[in-house]
Design a protein around this ligand. Structure first.
Ligand code: SF4
Length: 582
């Protein structure tokens, strides 16, 4: 008597078991039998949950299955189960008011909001954005520059997923960074932790004379699908998706968990199962840090089928991925365990229809990528328009440079900036007559538009200046290496040199012509920064995992060693022989 309906329901649920009661109160479910944290639960007459499973239950049921075999959830899964990481706004606000950084598993959970506490490398947050296809409007770019200047360290980095990161954010400023991004129409949600990372595509989508199809609309469609489906945040581990339309700058689709690669089915190759036109070849399981490229499934998809199929794949992965061992939690390990046939059968069940299997002799790829395509001046498919690839030293630019780039894009282009997986950016839609002014304006910012064979393919992860996992100063070493080689080696083609700070391989050292993986090296009684040196990696038509040539060299020994390798290649290669096949 005197109780409200909600109170009666709560007491009814309490009588039926603590999970239901906690769900009614919006508290985390601890035993996982009823619903996920924060889930809306419809109660039946006796307080039991009814209706179709909520999206969140996918994750909880997968966690239940993981522990039913006597295994223990890894600490990250346990943390996700105890607290919904997508509803931490109040906690982030409260911590910020108190000037506190997150502790323990909260460090992991904050990454769902795009906030990375990166101590001890920096006693600060890094914020990673989500920019589908790496495309950003000049006014947004200027807005991010403002965040970097006022709330961060005054600079931003372009990442190897054609994305932006702002660093050196203090504990009080984290919420302001997130809300300002939202006001700019940019979300950071799910840019870290166990989520689908920034969806990539060819940065020249829509302006590329050789592309088979524009991929930016698909990258955006995938991005919005993720944002609007709660279960897409219930993965066992991070997940990468890329679309490649056959443009001159590759999206590195074969390094992703799901790669969609455009192919053409010609009139004379059509058959009952496939009519002529552009399709996407589905590849799965790429994870180059674990030395695996995405493998061809034999499935061809029409463009409009890609996002629904990707969503079905992710749902199967949510159910089947390992939640007890982080090292085995990526999609590759489900594929290794099940094989493609079983996995694709599950995807077909999830999708409710069969996938189109087509033999590889019925389709053909586009002309392949241009290794200089991301730097310098290139004609667009639009007559009389050009894009200019701006060189950023290992992806870094100051807030003032960002303002200047935004001005150039607005004054001489159509206000669009396109980030690339090569850690640089393009300014598109420039008229031929404006090219000299654009080049001058870029140079006036202290940046370049024309890069040497070394600098154009130079990729470096954050390194120990900003990442606690790093064994070396990758970005600093990359610049030293570039300066050393530029004055000694003159190559007629770009050489990809990737420096990565640890085995996580954010800079994908295994696919570089030369790959450097940081490690500490004993020199006398000291431990110094150094690298393992790999050679012969590649992607696309030159796909290959680099082989380790030298173990644990101190960095001082790297530049002369690389010089000797490149000079040997120059002296002994066959005509048109690439470095990776040398
Ligand atoms: Fe950090 Fe390692 Fe990734 Fe480099 S590769 S950014 S050191 S996690």
């Amino acid at each position: 008597n005197g109780l409200t309906e909600a109170q009666k329901t709560f007491l009814q649920g309490f009588a039926m078991g603590t999970d239901v009661a906690r769900a009614v109160r919006g508290l985390p479910i601890l035993s996982g039998s009823a619903a996920a944290p924060g889930a809306v639960v419809t109660l039946g007459p006796k307080g039991t949950a009814v209706g179709p499973p909520s999206p969140e239950r996918l994750q909880v049921e997968a966690q239940d299955r993981a522990v039913s075999g006597g295994k223990v959830l890894c600490k990250e899964e346990a943390a996700k189960r105890a607290k919904d990481p997508l509803t931490m706004y109040d906690e982030i606000q409260a911590n910020a008011r108190a000037g506190l950084f997150p502790k323990d598993t909260n460090v992991f959970l904050y990454k769902y909001s795009g906030l990375f506490f990166v101590a001890p490398a920096q006693n600060a947050f890094m914020c990673r954005l989500r920019l589908p296809g790496g495309v950003i409007k000049a006014w947004q770019f200027r807005g991010v520059a403002g965040i970097a200047r006022e709330l961060g360290g005054g600079y931003a980095d372009v990442t190897t997923r054609a994305n932006l990161q702002v660093r050196e954010i203090g504990p009080h400023d984290a919420p302001a960074v997130l809300t300002t991004l939202t006001e700019l129409g940019i979300v950071a949600r799910g840019s870290g932790a166990d989520n689908i990372r920034n969806v990539t595509c060819n940065p020249t989508s829509g302006i590329d004379p050789q592309e088979l199809i524009e991929t930016l609309p698909l990258a955006k469609e995938m991005h919005h699908y993720i944002l609007n489906h709660r279960e897409m945040y219930g993965l066992p581990r991070k997940f990468n998706i890329a679309f490649d339309g056959g443009g001159r700058i590759s999206s590195l689709d074969d390094t992703n968990d799901i790669g969609f690669k455009a192919v053409n089915v010609r009139e004379d190759s059509a058959a009952d199962e496939v009519s002529p036109g552009v399709y996407f070849r589905l590849t799965l399981g790429g994870i180059t840090g674990h030395k695996d490229f995405a493998r061809d499934t034999g499935v061809l998809l029409r463009p409009e089928e890609c996002v629904p199929v990707a969503a079905a794949i992710v749902r199967v992965f949510i159910r089947s991925g390992d939640r007890t061992d982080r090292k085995k939690a990526r999609l590759k390990y489900v594929l290794d365990d099940w094989g493609f046939d079983k996995f694709l059968a599950e995807v077909e069940t999830e999708l409710g229809k069969p996938l189109r299997k087509v033999s590889s002799d019925r389709w053909e790829l586009s002309g392949g990528d241009d290794r200089w395509g991301h730097v310098g001046v290139h004609p667009q498919k639009q007559h009389g328009r050009f894009y200019v690839g701006v060189v950023l030293p290992v992806g870094r630019m100051t807030a003032d440079q960002m303002d200047g780039l935004a001005d150039i894009a607005e004054r001489f282009g159509r206000g669009t900036i396109r980030l690339t997986v090569w850690q640089n950016l393009l300014i598109s839609d420039v008229k031929e007559g404006d090219l000299p002014a654009v080049k001058n304006a870029i140079e006036a910012l202290g940046l370049g538009w024309d890069a040497s064979s070394v600098r154009s393919g130079l990729v470096a992860c954050t390194g120990n200046a900003g990442c606690k996992f790093a064994a070396s100063d990758t970005k600093g070493h990359a610049m030293i290496l570039a300066r050393y080689l530029e004055s000694r080696v003159n190559l007629d083609q770009p050489i990809n040199i990737h420096l990565t700070g640890c085995h996580h391989s954010c800079a994908q050292h295994y696919i570089g012509d030369l790959g450097l993986e940081a490690t500490k090296v004993e020199v006398g009684d000291d431990l110094v920064e150094g690298y393992h040196l790999c050679v012969g990696g590649g992607y696309g038509t030159e796909q290959g995992i680099g082989r380790r040539l030298f173990d644990a060299m101190p960095f001082d020994a790297i530049p002369p060693a690389v010089e000797r390798l490149l000079k040997a290649y120059q002296a002994h290669r066959l005509p048109n022989e690439s470095f990776s096949s040398f």
